[in-house]
Write a protein that binds this ligand. Structure first.
Ligand SMILES: Cc1cc2nc3c(=O)[nH]c(=O)nc-3n(C[C@H](O)[C@H](O)[C@H](O)COP(=O)(O)O)c2cc1C
Length: 365
């Protein structure tokens, strides 16, 4: 008996901060303003994208001089679309779980179950200092994030919720209304790939988001997380970041990548490189996001070139299906010119992905 395979899903980064998704002075026909973003969300849902991911930044970093707040911004995108799910990034510390639970439950009601959350744990010490937020050491940030997620789930699903953690406490609290989505609750994504991040994913997150990487690098993470999750009787899905450059010819695509790197803003990239030393590198094992990133990798601020979705539609589609084969459930994409390239992706790449998936399915049957 053949089982129906699940199609790989696609998300895009919401450019709700200025400067696009590469730290480069190359021309980017991408804007962080609301009109541009509403149109982008509409184009994305018409072109096969399932999710949009908004970003949380309180101050400039890697450029990103202007930043819209992601929960409010995500709601505006949801109000302008009908199918797209929007994942709002939230940083424990500035947000506490009761505010997040209430805000997101309301948005979930208003949008009939289309909000999700990306719990991020912090890598930018300068930002925390600027907003007067205590800076916890690496693994403590994840301990707090895990409590945040446990509290959020508890509030969303349980009446008379009580919780006694080191960071958060609740006493007999009942949220009304609960989220629209009770199946079981709005999806919880997380960013981060250190040991602490992976362990958190293997216990509490619905989705694990990681920076771009090679197929081998991604596979090693997936195998590790899935083995741990299985021993915890937990299931976690995997999303991988990629900066997609799909062009009619491979030469064209590679030339765009080269131009992005040649026109990189060295000051901003190096400042970013310094700031991210507080991420993976600061973990006890010294590994995780950005721990091994080169200058060129950092030009895309989540290592998106490394995933190598750069080439013709056929090459990009084949590499996406290869990611699916190692257990990736979702590709989180960024583009140079979002409007134009989301449409190109939907028209030229996605049909090839679906075709290759069918072939893979037929082979497996
Ligand atoms: C896909 C993705 C999205 C992220 N979005 C944000 C964000 O919007 N704001 C933020 O401060 N950190 C964001 N992060 C950073 C992570 O939450 C985490 O702090 C960082 O990856 C360091 O992880 P590590 O130390 O566990 O390796 C994101 C990470 C990933 C992989």
């Amino acid at each position: 008996m053949s089982t129906q395979q699940t199609e790989i899903k696609f998300a895009y980064w919401v450019p709700n901060v200025s400067g696009g998704l590469v730290v480069s002075k190359i021309e980017q026909r991408t804007s962080w303003d609301i009109d541009y973003n509403v149109k982008l969300a509409q184009l994305a849902e018409q072109n096969g994208f399932d999710y949009a991911l908004s970003q949380i930044r309180f101050t400039a970093g890697y450029g990103a001089e202007f930043q819209h707040e992601p929960v409010a911004f995500s709601h505006a995108l949801l109000a302008a679309t009908t199918k797209l799910k929007v994942i709002a990034a939230i940083l424990p510390g500035p947000w506490n779980p009761v505010v997040a639970a209430k805000q997101l439950a309301t948005i979930d009601q208003l949008t009939k179950g289309r909000i999700a959350i990306n719990v991020v744990s912090g890598w930018f010490k300068g930002e925390f200092t600027a907003i007067g937020e205590p800076w916890l050491e690496h693994d403590e940030r994840y301990r707090r994030s895990e409590e945040f997620i446990r509290a959020l789930k508890g509030i969303w699903t349980t009446d008379n919720f009580s919780f006694h953690g080191d960071f958060y406490r609740f006493h007999d609290y009942t949220l009304k209304p609960k989220p629209y989505n009770q199946n079981p609750h709005p999806e919880i994504f997380q960013g981060g790939s250190s040991r602490a991040a992976r362990d958190m994913a293997s216990r509490v997150s619905d989705w694990y988001f990681t920076n771009g990487n090679t197929v081998e690098g991604i596979k090693a993470q997936i195998d590790d997380i899935r083995a741990k999750a299985a021993s915890n009787h937990h299931k976690v899905k995997i999303g991988v970041n990629a900066f997609i450059i799909a062009r009619d010819t491979e030469e064209e695509a590679k030339a765009v990548l080269q131009e992005i790197i040649d026109k990189a803003d060295p000051e901003a990239v190096n400042a970013f490189g310094d700031a991210v030393k507080h991420a993976g590198k600061a973990s006890p094992e010294g590994d995780g996001n950005w721990a091994k990133s080169t200058f060129e990798d950092l030009v895309q601020y989540n290592d998106g070139f490394k995933t190598n979705l750069i080439g013709t539609p056929q090459q990009v589609a084949e590499r996406i299906v290869a990611l699916k084969a190692i257990g990736v459930d979702l590709v989180l994409s960024a583009f140079l010119h979002f409007h134009e390239e989301v449409v190109y992706f939907g028209e030229r790449v996605l049909p090839l992905v679906r075709e290759l998936e069918k072939q893979q399915e037929a082979k497996a049957a």
